[in-house]
Design a protein around this ligand. Structure first.
Ligand SMILES: [Zn+2]
Length: 157
């Protein structure tokens, strides 16, 4: 499993190399079926103040793509949290010790974050990111890869 783990981390790290790619992915899946302001229900938006956020044109509220996801107020760097969530879905038995060792994040922080991920899995909570991960892992269609494929011409290994 060590080897498989390393391959998965490497593959995933290429796809989500920086905050920008994580936020872009969250933005895509969050508003896949269109934007609805959680504050007032309006469906028109413009660009928000922060990267990949959207601003409701009626109430002017900025909605972060991380709002109401696992990553809301998460203290772990986004790219690391993405990887930890992915590995927790992909390898259900992976321990917080293993994550601590791999990512140099405090074990209790890893433990608590994993607990959040697992509660989304167990209770079928509608965390958009976990849903996207699970549908990717369980079906053949790899949404996590789609971008990498699009940009295959530009990305060199
Ligand atoms: Zn609004």
């Amino acid at each position: 499993m060590e080897q498989e783990l390393k391959i998965e981390i490497e593959r995933f790290s290429k796809r989500f190399a920086n905050d920008e790619s994580c936020l872009k992915f969250l933005e895509q899946i969050k508003w896949e079926e269109g934007f609805v302001c959680p504050n007032c229900g309006h469906t028109n938006y413009c660009k928000g103040a922060t990267s990949h956020s959207r601003r409701c044109t009626r109430c002017k509220k900025d909605i972060s793509p991380m709002a109401n996801t696992l990553f809301h107020r998460c203290r772990i760097p986004l790219t690391v949290a993405f990887k930890m969530a992915y590995l927790t879905c992909k390898f259900p038995d992976i321990s917080s010790y293993a994550l601590n060792k791999e990512f140099n994040v405090r074990r209790m922080t890893c433990y608590n974050f994993q607990r959040k991920v697992r509660s989304c899995l167990d209770e079928g909570k509608h965390d958009i990111f976990v849903k996207a991960l699970v549908s990717t892992l369980s079906s053949g269609t790899d949404r996590l890869q789609s971008d990498a494929v699009d940009k295959a011409g530009n990305d060199k290994l």
